[in-house]
Design a protein around this ligand. Sequence first.
Ligand SMILES: Nc1nc2c(ncn2[C@@H]2O[C@H](COP(=O)(O)OP(=O)(O)OP(=O)(O)O)[C@@H](O)[C@H]2O)c(=O)[nH]1
Ligand SMILES: [Mg+2]
Length: 700
Amino acid sequence: MKAYEGANIRNLAVVGHGHAGKTSLVSALLFTAGATQRLGRVDEGTTVTDHDEEEIARAMTFSSGVAYAEWGKTKLNLIDTPGFSMFVHEAKTCMVAAETALVLVDGVAGVEVVTDRVWGFAEELELPRVIVASRMDRERADAARTLDSLTAAFGRAVIPVQLPIGQEKSFTGVVDLVRMKAYTYELGGDGKGKEGEIPANLAEAAKAGHEKLVELIAEGNDALMEEFFDKGTIPEEHLIPGLREAVAQRRIFPVLYASGLGNLGSDRILDFAADFLPAATDRPPVQSAPGANGEPATRKVADSEPLSFYVFKTVSDPFAGRISYLKIFSGVLKNEAAVQNFTKSTSEKLSHISVMQGKTATAVAELHAGDIGAVAKLKETLTGDTLGEKAHPIQYPRVALPEPAITFAIEPKTRADEDKLSAGIHKLMEEDMMVRFFRDPQTKEFLIAGTGQQHIEVICSKLKKRYHTEVILRAPKVPYRETIRGKADVQGRHKKQTGGHGQFGDCKIKMEPLPRGGNFEFVNDIFGGSIPKNFIPAVEKGIVEAAARGHLAGFPVVDFRVILYDGSYHDVDSNELSFKTAGRIAFRKAMDQAKPTLLEPIMHVEITAPEEFAGSIMGDLNSRRGRIQGMDNKASKTIVKAEVPMAEMLTYGVDLTAMTQGRGTFSMEMAHYDIVPAHLQEKIVAAAKAERGEAPAEEE
Ligand SMILES: Nc1nc2c(ncn2[C@@H]2O[C@H](COP(=O)(O)OP(=O)(O)OP(=O)(O)O)[C@@H](O)[C@H]2O)c(=O)[nH]1
Ligand SMILES: [Mg+2]
């Protein structure tokens, strides 16, 4: 494998809505460039980039695949990303490794929900974009309608650089509006077009399309504008660099047409990438995360700079171990290099650096600035880490991802699965930044969080296939608590004096509420030794233990104070156990008197969505017992802040996605506990008791 210099490398992230044809197009490009011996198909599980067994089984992409095509003197690195909204975070984390987003739209459906999302990611990352309308051979594929939906969504900078020849089944090729030539293809052929003259029926449209393109190219460039006014057109030798510049500056988003499945138009896309898309070294200097002074540092993408690279993807293979995908931002990475992981402050040795063709690694001696490669078996390096030459530290920012939208309680199916569960999930978490796994300290449940039900199901399926661990998923328990609203003054007396050794403990306590978050306070107010000092901690212990077991429904009792003010003892029969029992009895009596009530966790929620959804979001929050705390408008987006009971938010991510057609995001964190409204208490108590079979057993 030849080592390519950054100037000859194009890195493209292929992004778009689910099922639009990304993996098929990548497959066609690879085949056309001779990287594969046959045209891989998604439906047969033979593509290069959908290689995970889960992807093959479901014929969809769950995690990004990396491949490369050598085309003339150019190497194209292609990152095929998932398009289903629950997996699209993978697209975002991988887009940082690309200089261009190839936004793929379906020639039938045009712009869809995720097209909008990934367009937003590209905007955030300031990536130039090229649009490919694929699946043009399908029934009802329509170039004009697709273009309309693109300009409606993304503005007039979207402009065709091709015209399709024929439509639906008779889609056979494209007209190149830059060079004004036609290219026709054989269906399912080698992807290389036959060059010819523009068909007569398209001559006029081609001329108009060319002129429109020329005008738009000239618009942002004074020298070209002058030439355009002088001559009424721009010669090809100026037009080509002009288009390249306009694409790099994001003044033009060119549109091409293709069929991935039929391998039509592929060589034009490869040519377009080589001729018009920014080279890896054309990328503006890469900014680091802000340093100590708050200012970011920058690195030029050049071999002459000190080595630095970023891990944009990790695969945990049960056999090959951990594979880290690298984007070289500066310098040259040589095989066997000893480098520093700046994020973790550890050193790593990189043996067997390689380039990936799907799951197949090919060893290389070096990777130049701008290239993408991989290395196996790094010790501590994970996605988002920056590594490089120790003497020149830099840390690139991690990709910001939304919070997981849904949480499940996860349990191993059998004892044998128990030990493997946590190890397996932790391996999968290395691959997927949107999986969280933790234990709720109160309910003691293991929880797994992700972007949606299907996301979690795929994780469980991987657990089973890769790590032979089977699990059960349930809705998570809400960690309710109990407290009191009134005061009590009671006596707790424990006496068993029948036969042999007796038991005697007796205490008088007052109980009163503490403010939220006050937890528990024990005040010893005994004067004159009515209870001997050494038994007082036993009373407290009895109360604490009883409080942990709950009173109404088995939830821990919090935010109360107990004042121990009197009692009595027996010289022989009193012991620690007796006073502990007396404490417990006193606690129960006091709870009965002190107006016990349930507390529920309240979440602080922040929702961002296009303005038009503000009304339905507010209405929905109201129906979830939410309290709106503020509303802000920024750049035609609405940000709503609210406090909402956790019990109402268990599936919020899924509901929000449905409500906003995938255009809303939210974050959520624990705010505080609040009293459960009276009309809901009984239901929660009954459910908690039902779950345990019955009320907690009494001990005495
Ligand atoms: N007729 C026709 N079908 C296509 C074309 N490209 C893809 N398909 C079919 O459309 C379906 C989806 O194609 P994929 O390539 O998996 O789409 P994708 O965008 O990678 O989907 P995700 O990875 O799940 O987001 C498959 O059944 C393909 O065979 C095309 O150009 N023409
Ligand atoms: Mg795919």
